[in-house]
Structures are given as structure tokens and as C-alpha cells.
Design a protein around this ligand. Structure first.
Ligand code: ADP
Ligand code: TRP
Length: 348
């Protein structure tokens, strides 16, 4: 009898460095839920990574719990996907060290996450510098085939491929090469336009203003679970031009359109374009966006509240996920340690 082919393995993580937003949903979480139907899925809360920005134990714990409840409320199913907290599998730190020893400083210096900080005159910590090696260890410890991420993370996956190749060149075929799996919505716009250091709008080749990426670090997010007044405030805060009612508006130069479009099918998008030509006013579109957010996420809000009210359940889920994850990472570490000559030699 032939064995069924092993299912491809998918792995991804999200940092608990703030409340999760529409960028995280469309760029990451939506795929996490879809992929668990057919693939061998590993998802985790990247709390070691978050230490590069959050150094406050209560905030880190609160965000970690919030991310866990958000994943589960939106449909990540711990029966089908392995779901854990990164720091419960400390093997990844050991693999980070092994990878750093085969990685040139030049590679780490080219990371956007590092270069951006340097460009902003922020003196990065050693942890931020080594961040791509920790991310590579997360991926390589689990023999990952695919990493579903938004566009901003693709460079990190390419660096992971380089680190795996360097390790294997030194010690033989120990680590498995992963591929990025880009989300169909790789870059969700934030509530504002991108500007350069002089405050001028950044423009694409066609001269159009470019939205800034929605990100916890830019304070331009709409949170997945915002509701009521907070949701109104977030959507109300999306930058728009001043236009008189009835004056035609350009959907392709409008952040509210770009965000609302994420929730619409083709026919609805065409209809909305029509309303723009008629000059419907931004207020109407903002109301539509709020309605769409309520419709999509409303049914999951209660589930999230229940999960947050039951920390013991959340911890149980994370602990059993960590036990499963740890066994896999341990096996990879044993291979990597042996290949590199660490620890006692195998008995003769
Ligand atoms: P943030 O920039 O808000 O800190 P993270 O870096 O924690 O977000 O991202 C977690 C996941 O969500 C990653 O896979 C990332 O690619 C995805 N993601 C974050 N922001 C966006 C966005 N604006 N558009 C698409 N994907 C995004
Ligand atoms: N660096 C990722 C981010 O900020 C989070 C992350 C950590 C991750 N380890 C990972 C994503 C491994 C995918 C795979 O979004």
C-alpha cells in the first residue's frame, strides 16, 4: 500500500505588540483560517519578537492574551492547527544562535526592519539586529514548507532561505528551505498617506499618492474588534479630501475606498465606483465601511469576549499547542546540534 503524501507544512506568527488590525486580518489571519482546512498548520504568538518593542510585563501579557483570543475567535482551530506561544518553545533561541554563527553581519544590516530604525536615527538593540535570525529559527525549527505573510515580511523569508543554505553548506542537509506564500491582499493601507522625511506625499509612477501600510507602529490602524464609538472614531479618522457633495470623487485616490473594497465583491465594488462618480460624499462611504466591519467581525466579538473571560482555557490551549510544537522543534535541534558537533558525541 502506498503511503498518502505528507501534507505540506505552513507556519506563521504574529507579534503581540498591540491590538490586531485589518492589515493583520487580510494580510495574515484570514489565510491562517483557510489553510488549516487542507494543510499541516503551525501558528504562534511571537512574544520573543515583541520584546524588541515592548518592555513591560503587564502589557506584553495582556497583548499576548489578546492575540490568542483574536486568533481563536476568528476561527483558528486548535484541533486542526498547532497553536502556541513562542516563548514556551525556547529551542528556537538555541537555533537562533546556531544560525547567527553562520550569518554575515552584512545580511542582517540589509534587513528593512533594521535599516528603517537606523534611518530614523533610532539606535537599534542587538535584539532588533538579530531579529531576522530569530524569525528564521522559528521557521526552520519546524521544517516549514510555506510561510503565509504580507509583503513586508517577504525579505525575512528570503533571509531565512539564505541562513538555511549557509547552515547546510557548513554541516550538510539539516534544514529545510521554506517559501513565502504571499497573501492575496499583501499590503492593506492605513488611515493615512505615506510621506517622506520632509512631510511631502510619496507618489507612485503615475503620480498618485501612496497609502502608508497599516501598522501598529504607525498608529494608523483600524482594529479588527473595534466597535461602537471607537470604530466610528477610527473610521472617521481616515484622511479624506474636502469635496462638495455632488462633486465627482476619485476612488483610486481615496483611502476609504481602498479599505472598503476589501469587504466587497466585484459587483459591489463597481456600484461603489458609480457612487464616487456621482459625488456621494465620504461620509456615506465611511458609514458603509463601518457596516461592513460590523457585518464581518460582529459575530466573532462575543466569542472573543468569552475567551478573554476564561484565561484558564486559553492557557490550556496554548500549553497543549506548545507540547506538540516543542516535540517537533526538539527533533530539529537534535539534528542541528549533532551536525555542528555540540553536546556529547553519539555513543559508539
Ligand atoms: P504590524 O506592522 O502592525 O506590527 P506585524 O508585523 O505584527 O504587524 O504583522 C503580522 C502579520 O500581519 C504579518 O504576516 C504581516 O505581513 C501582516 N500584516 C501586517 N500589516 C499588514 C498590512 N498593512 N497589510 C498586509 N499584511 C499586513
Ligand atoms: N516578524 C513577523 C512580523 O512582525 C512575526 C514573526 C515572527 C513571524 N516569527 C515568524 C512570521 C515566523 C512568520 C514566520 O510580522
Amino acid at each position: 500500500m502506498t503511503q498518502p503524501a505528507a501534507r505540506k507544512r505552513v507556519l506563521s506568527g504574529i507579534q503581540p505588540s498591540g491590538n490586531l488590525h485589518l492589515g493583520n486580518y487580510f494580510g495574515a489571519i484570514r489565510q491562517f483560517v483557510e489553510l488549516q482546512e487542507t494543510l499541516d498548520c503551525y501558528y504562534f504568538i511571537a512574544d520573543y519578537h515583541a520584546l524588541t518593542t515592548i518592555q513591560d510585563r503587564d502589557r506584553l501579557r495582556t497583548y499576548s492574551r489578546d492575540v490568542a483570543a483574536t486568533y481563536l475567535a476568528l476561527g483558528v482551530d486548535p484541533e486542526r492547527a498547532v497553536f502556541w506561544r513562542q516563548s514556551d518553545v525556547p529551542e528556537v533561541c538555541e537555533l537562533t544562535w546556531l544560525l547567527l554563527t553562520v550569518t554575515g553581519v552584512g545580511l542582517l544590516e540589509r534587513a528593512h526592519s533594521y535599516k528603517d530604525k537606523v534611518a530614523k536615527n533610532i539606535r537599534p538593540s542587538g535584539g532588533l539586529f538579530a531579529y531576522p535570525a530569530l524569525m528564521a529559527a522559528d521557521i526552520l525549527a519546524f521544517d516549514t514548507d510555506f510561510v503565509p505573510v504580507g509583503k513586508d515580511q517577504v525579505q525575512h523569508i528570503e533571509m531565512t532561505q539564505d541562513m538555511a543554505a549557509s547552515f547546510n553548506a557548513a554541516y550538510g542537509e539539516v534544514l529545510h528551505r521554506p517559501e513565502p506564500r504571499m497573501s492575496p491582499v499583501p499590503r492593506v493601507p492605513g488611515t493615512d498617506w505615506e510621506r517622506d522625511a520632509d512631510g511631502e506625499f510619496k507618489r507612485d509612477e503615475a503620480g498618485r499618492r501612496m497609502p502608508q501600510k497599516m501598522s501598529k507602529s504607525y498608529g494608523n490602524t483600524i482594529e479588527i474588534f473595534a466597535e461602537g464609538k471607537a470604530l466610528k472614531r477610527a473610521v472617521g479618522g481616515i484622511t479624506t479630501d474636502s469635496k462638495a457633495l455632488g462633486e465627482p470623487m476619485d476612488p483610486d485616490d481615496c483611502l476609504v475606498f481602498q479599505l472598503t473594497e476589501l469587504f466587497l465583491d466585484e459587483a459591489e465594488t463597481e456600484a461603489l465606483r458609480g457612487r464616487y462618480r456621482e459625488g456621494c460624499g465620504y461620509g456615506e462611504v465611511k458609514k458603509l465601511l463601518i457596516a461592513k466591519i460590523d457585518e464581518r467581525f460582529g459575530p466573532h466579538r462575543e466569542r472573543k469576549r468569552e475567551l478573554l473571560a476564561d484565561p484558564d482555557y486559553l492557557e490550556d490551549v496554548l500549553a497543549s499547542g506548545a507540547a506538540r510544537a516543542r516535540a517537533v522543534a526538539r527533533a530539529t535541534l537534535d539534528r542541528a546540534r549533532d551536525a555542528s558537533g555540540l553536546g556529547a558525541p553519539p555513543s559508539a
